[in-house]
Design a protein around this ligand. Structure first.
Ligand SMILES: [Zn+2]
Length: 226
């Protein structure tokens, strides 16, 4: 409604310029408006309404480029690790173990094997984030070794939940195909705009249901950029 008002009453055309953090400069974009702001980002709503009425509104601090890193999570996996839980979905014939002979950083890695196509399975880690700022950019890096992994292969994902809702879900699935055979290689998934209503972050290391082969995950690292 505000966007259409911009055309009709304010004589504004479309503009897809980006802010330094990658968000749109204006709600007068030619594209999908949903997700531009939400109940979790009142600071964005305030800015986009100001900008609608005055396109010279200064860039707000939440839209600055996020370049200063702080590592908030770093797990090189050890043989007694109990924080990662493994889950098979229904009808999955995958198997898993904490493997102490193959790793990127000593002394272990998280392994999943599939002898035949069935259904997906995954390792998961859950934690309560502390001290993360609204608007910070999060990256999750994982070192991955593959042995004859077929089809959709593996994906890594990061999900943020509040008391009642899923607030974000970012995954390599659909954008990066990770399969085949390769030595330990680092893959990254990004959450562009963290919101403070999140009270649980879930990390997922997934082997697809249509795949066969073996994967080893190691050196899971999350960095917050402010
Ligand atoms: Zn329009």
């Amino acid at each position: 409604m505000f966007h259409e008002l911009g055309h009709a009453a304010l004589e504004r055309g479309h503009n897809n310029t980006l802010l330094p953090n990658g968000d749109y400069k204006t709600m007068m974009i030619n594209g999908l408006l949903f997700g531009l702001y939400s109940k979790d980002t009142p600071e964005k709503r305030a800015y986009y309404l100001d900008e609608l009425l005055d396109s010279s509104t200064p860039i707000p601090s939440w839209a600055f480029a996020k370049v200063n890193p702080t590592v908030i999570f770093n797990d090189s996996i050890n043989s007694t690790d109990t924080n990662w839980e493994y889950s098979n979905t229904t009808n999955s014939t995958h198997s898993s173990e904490i493997n102490s002979t193959i790793f990127s950083t000593p002394g272990s890695s998280l392994k999943i094997s599939a002898k035949e196509p069935s259904a997906f399975s995954f390792w998961r880690y859950r934690f309560s984030p502390e001290g993360l700022n609204q608007g910070s950019r999060l990256t999750m890096e994982v070192s991955v070794r593959l042995e004859n992994v077929t089809n959709d292969g593996i994906s890594i994902a990061m999900r943020g939940d509040s008391d009642t809702d899923m607030v974000f879900f970012n995954t390599t699935q659909g954008t990066t195909t990770i399969n085949g055979t390769s030595p330990f290689t680092t893959y990254t998934v990004e959450t562009p705009y963290y919101v403070e209503t999140v009270d649980t972050i879930n990390l997922f290391l997934i082997l697809a249901g249509n795949s066969t082969g073996t994967v080893y995950f190691d050196d899971i690292k999350i960095t917050s950029y402010n």
